[in-house]
Ligand binder design. Structure first.
Ligand SMILES: NC(=O)c1ccc[n+]([C@@H]2O[C@H](COP(=O)([O-])OP(=O)(O)OC[C@H]3O[C@@H](n4cnc5c(N)ncnc54)[C@H](OP(=O)(O)O)[C@@H]3O)[C@@H](O)[C@H]2O)c1
Length: 263
């Protein structure tokens, strides 16, 4: 009998990571969900080498644990300084990193600086890799709406979004992790591109939220200005199957829109 393939999911208890763990397990992988909850601290390095021992694939679905400038700028690079030597030592055959479409074009945004450093570290690591850049998740529209809201008006950037269902992004991530590394970038986006304003207003309409959404040339995204097409891929490598309407009427979509945590 063949031994089961082992994968380590860094950030395996986060919003995305928990779904990656479940899907890999359902496809027969032996999976270790690594985070501080399971004794793996990517900043101190504690538990990282042990977590990777015997693994073939690492999927990095981590995110910053806090939103202060220092953490935003340094978390991913500091984590990479522990992840990469451990991955080399364990002979990892495929290092998959979850990133964001367009992130490389936004170096004036502190969070993007962190993600760019994360991508760069993997590219230069010598460990075979694939970077999966996804667009914003449907599940994230409400969080974005709140970020832009002042006094019942959400003033959003003059930009386009092409959001994707988190389950579709996770399926793409797991497909990539199960295939050979490409040492390059794969982009994942939903089926529809529309303006930021249209997406947020649609979210308000669906949830019966009385706020309104307007476009503002002054609106900053994570502290920085966007170009109109900063966050959409010119050509998505993988297009998520679920339209927004399909997602909104699915069990997951209904729960998210009702404010229920579905992780
Ligand atoms: N949200 C979106 O729309 C979207 C779109 C595209 C890409 N992404 C990317 O998706 C990734 C995951 O985002 P998410 O929202 O799913 O993250 P999340 O829910 O905030 O989860 C972050 C994970 O990182 C772990 N973590 C944090 N600090 C750690 C440390 N020092 N050591 C070990 N583990 C640590 C956390 O576990 P513990 O706290 O237990 O340690 C948790 O499991 C991000 O990199 C983001 O850029 C997000």
């Amino acid at each position: 009998m063949n031994a089961r393939r082992k994968a380590v999911v860094l950030g395996g208890h986060g919003m995305t990571g928990v779904k990656v763990v479940r899907l890999l397990e359902s496809r027969g992988w032996d999976v270790f969900a690594a985070s501080r909850r399971t004794g793996v601290d990517l900043l101190s390095g504690e538990g990282v080498a042990d977590a990777m021992r015997g693994a073939e694939v690492v999927v990095d679905a981590t995110n910053v644990p806090a939103y202060d400038e220092e953490t935003l700028r340094t978390f991913f690079a500091r984590a990479a300084a522990n992840i990469i030597p451990a991955a080399r030592q364990a002979g990892i055959r495929h290092h998959v990193v979850l990133s964001i479409v367009g992130i490389d074009t936004l170096p004036h945004i502190t969070y993007a600086q962190g993600k760019i450093a994360q991508e760069q570290a993997v590219v230069e690591s010598g460990v075979p890799y694939t970077i999966v850049r996804a667009t914003q998740f449907f599940e994230w529209l409400g969080v974005m709406a709140d970020d832009f809201t002042k006094a019942d008006v959400a003033a959003v950037p003059d930009a386009y979004l092409r959001p994707v269902a988190i389950d579709d992004a996770v399926a793409a991530l797991v497909d990539v992790a199960s295939a050979p590394p490409i040492n390059g970038v794969v982009s994942v986006a939903g089926p529809e591109e529309n303006t930021f304003e249209t997406w947020i207003q649609r979210y308000f309409d669906l949830t019966g939220d009385k706020r309104t959404c307007i476009t503002s040339k002054e609106a900053a995204y994570a502290g920085g200005k966007l170009e109109q097409r900063s966050l959409v891929p010119e050509q998505a490598t993988i297009t998520g199957a679920q339209s927004f309407e399909h997602w909104a009427t699915s069990a997951t979509g209904k729960a998210v829109l009702a404010g229920i945590n579905v992780a």
